[in-house]
Design a binder for this molecule. Structure first.
Ligand SMILES: [Zn+2]
Length: 253
């Protein structure tokens, strides 16, 4: 319970939606808070049998039906169920409105002035790339690991998700005006999918790029263009990349 009737109303929505997926848990205790995330980011987690929901501060005045849609997006994810199409569309429509995009951008600018993250390159800002892609492809719900540029401009590995340190590392070689935004976005998106699809262990083997991973990868708007750009420019980036199989598959881990 809180003293904020809006928070109570939203918590009630979550209890209903949780009950919809799992009737036995409809009485679960739900804690909702608004959190000063950079941009639009929403999280749900379970701890000690209670559900904790953090909603981005920029979504404070979101209409209750959109909260309901977001609840479906988050709770379905929690239960590893398919997100209902209507909920996904309603929420996506709300966060992609010009007003919400402006707010998210303003929140990133404000934060950028206060915190030195080490993600702001000379050309691209990893924080901004992550936030935009999260909104566009993950309904703003992907949890954010640490983001960093590689110490050196590596050419063979353009991106890497280090699950041990929970860090996405993007090659400094991509922090350049010669690299189209969709290329670095593609590399970041690929690494974000590693956060979304954890490594599967099966018969003692590790599978990082499962069929589900590859299917989601193709949802990237400029998948083909990014693939072609990297194939074409990889030789410029690194002359001794071996010919033959798709270079992309080897340089984006
Ligand atoms: Zn990979």
């Amino acid at each position: 319970m809180s003293l904020d009737p809006v928070i109570d109303e939203i918590a009630e929505v979550y209890r209903d939606v949780i009950g919809h997926y799992d009737p036995e848990r409809s009485g679960v205790s739900v804690h909702v808070s608004f959190y000063p995330y950079v941009g639009i980011n929403q999280t749900i987690r379970v701890r000690d049998g209670s559900v904790y929901v953090r909603i981005a501060e920029v979504c404070r005045d979101m209409p209750i039906d959109v909260h309901q849609a977001l609840a479906h997006v988050l709770v379905a994810k929690l239960f590893r169920r398919r997100v209902p199409k209507r909920a996904r569309e309603l929420y996506a429509e709300y966060i992609s409105s010009p007003q919400m995009r402006d707010r998210a951008a303003a929140s990133r600018r404000d934060r950028g002035r206060k915190v030195i993250t080490g993600t702001d390159g000379s050309f691209y800002d990893l924080e901004e790339l992550f936030s935009d892609l999260n909104t566009k492809y993950f309904w703003g719900t992907l949890r954010k690991p640490k983001l960093t540029w590689s110490a050196k401009p590596t050419f063979r590995i353009l991106g890497h998700f280090d699950s041990h340190h929970d860090t996405i590392v993007i090659s400094r070689s991509l922090d350049s005006g010669d690299v189209p935004r969709y290329v670095i976005e593609y590399v970041m998106y690929h690494e974000m999918l590693h956060v979304f699809h954890p490594t599967v262990h099966h018969n003692g083997r590790r599978y990082n790029h499962t069929p589900e991973f590859r299917r989601d990868e193709e949802r990237f708007e400029k998948f083909e263009e990014a693939d072609i750009w990297i194939e074409t420019n990889a030789r410029k980036l690194k002359r001794n990349v071996k010919k033959g199989q798709s270079i992309l598959r080897r340089i984006v881990r």
